[in-house]
Design a protein around this ligand. Structure first.
Ligand code: SF4
Length: 447
């Protein structure tokens, strides 16, 4: 590349990822493309190219990006050749693009969620044309396979099985920024996983906004449960995880596939969002309190040792104290191993954003604190019950605070720290859980 000749060194890149595991997997592909065209990764934002892969699920995600852009501009003032690029969900919002156009003129390249595969082309356009490049696709039915990827972890990997979402929950912006559901062909997914296994991956996380809808748009439809059974056959893969399963269409067949599997981790993330049937209707979630509790009962009967986690929104428009107590009641009845709790965030363009009766912030804050207290108390009790057990743990890293310890995850997704060495990273070892610290453990490897 001309710029490389000018500088006499390889150009460097730094990718900052905001948001979910989908974005993390996209960032691995973006790093793969950049590496393939000769860039090398930099430690921090003092790089030739800084790329923000953005999230827009809540307003504070947008604010964080705007906040960081100021800092990038100051770096660019010191290094005018530096390139600043933005992609991801936030860039799919027209109001954001307009703001970037008007107020962030130092941003060089902007693209969205549907055309990440074009990064090399967009870079070339920028480096040859010198104007800023803004290329946002509003929609796509394409799935680009075989993109190179630089994995963050050598022993585990996210695997997209589908893109987009057709559920249109009334508070959620994802369907507007990630488009309509489109599933990858099973043979492409199986091929990718076989290659990952050959490359030393032992754990995969199957990714989709709602994996239950997998396969519905394929010429030869296949269900998610059927796909799981095929993945189960792949040698070298020891653990299978997946995210996210919508409660409205989690099938009996999927529950059986989990029950009968030797590899699917005993952890299911089952977003509740609210325990009030009235609010669930307003949220367009297509299940009510009774159906959700019935589903949990069915899952626990089939897979008694499964760990359940969830997402809960507090302060949805019109939420009354009675609605909130319904949520607290479901949390009590289910007893989650952990829960991600969120304060409702108005997303322009979603039906909920136009709803009357936005709940006053102090009321929301009070409910949020009460919910958090209950969730943490129950999680600590549930975690406590694991103390003394011997569980297989995938060792993920040497402990950042104490080099004599390594850190890993149980199948149920709890974290455990125990004495060990770097050689253990990437291996699955049996660990006795000695002490519970609320929602993580200290343990000892069983040799
Ligand atoms: S299922 Fe609902 S909450 Fe999840 S991504 Fe789709 S629209 Fe959003």
């Amino acid at each position: 590349m001309k710029k490389e000749r000018e500088t006499g060194r390889r150009l460097t890149f730094f990718i900052q990822t905001f948001g979910c595991q989908m974005n993390a997997r996209d960032s691995e592909k973006l790093a793969g493309i950049l590496t393939r065209i000769g860039f090398e990764p930099a430690e921090d934002e003092a790089a030739d190219l800084v790329l923000y892969n953005t999230c827009t699920v809540r307003d504070n995600a947008n604010q964080r990006v705007y906040g960081r852009l100021g800092h990038l501009n100051s770096l660019k003032k010191k290094n005018p050749d530096m390139l600043i690029a933005l992609c991801g969900c936030m860039m799919q919002e027209e109001s954001v693009i307009e703001k970037i156009r008007q107020s962030y003129r130092f941003v060089d390249i902007v693209f969205g969620t549907h055309n990440i595969f074009k990064l090399a082309e967009l870079l070339y356009e920028k480096l040859t044309r010198r104007d800023r490049v803004i290329d946002i696709w509003q929609e796509t039915d394409r799935i680009v396979e075989e993109l190179p990827a630089e994995r963050k972890y050598p022993f585990k990997s996210g695997v997209n099985i589908m893109f987009g979402c057709n559920n249109f929950c009334s508070y959620c912006i994802v369907p507007y920024v990630r488009g309509r559901e489109r599933s990858r062909k099973p043979e492409d997914i199986l091929l990718e996983i076989k290659r990952l296994a050959k490359d030393g991956v032992v754990e995969i996380m199957l990714l989709g906004q709602n994996v239950n809808s997998y396969g519905k748009n394929l010429k030869e439809p296949i269900t998610f449960a059927e796909l799981l059974r095929k993945i189960e056959e792949i040698e070298g893969i020891e653990r299978i995880r997946f995210m996210t399963s919508h409660p409205k269409d989690l099938s009996g067949d999927l529950i059986e596939a989990i029950r009968d599997s030797k590899k699917i981790c005993r952890h299911l993330h089952l977003p509740l969002q609210s325990g009030s049937s009235r609010i669930l209707k307003e949220m367009n979630r297509h299940y009510d309190k009774g159906q959700y509790l019935g589903l949990v009962k069915k899952i626990r009967e089939a897979v008694p040792d499964i760990a359940l986690t969830t997402d809960i929104i507090v302060g949805f428009p019109g939420e009354t104290e009675e609605d909130f107590l319904e949520t607290m009641d479901v949390v009590e009845q289910v007893g989650y191993e952990s829960a991600f709790t969120f304060i409702y965030s108005k997303r322009t363009g979603t039906p909920a954003a136009k709803m009357e009766c936005q709940v006053p912030q102090e009321v929301v804050k009070n409910r949020f604190d009460r919910l958090l207290e209950k969730v943490q108390a129950i999680a600590a009790k549930r975690a406590g019950a694991y103390t003394g057990r011997v569980e297989p743990v995938l060792v993920e890293e040497v402990n950042a605070q104490d080099e004599a310890l390594v850190t890993g995850r149980l199948g149920s997704n709890f974290v455990v720290h125990f004495p060990g060495s770097r050689e253990m990273v990437g291996k699955i070892v049996n660990v006795e859980l000695k002490e519970c610290k609320g929602f993580y453990f200290y343990g000892e490897a069983i040799t």
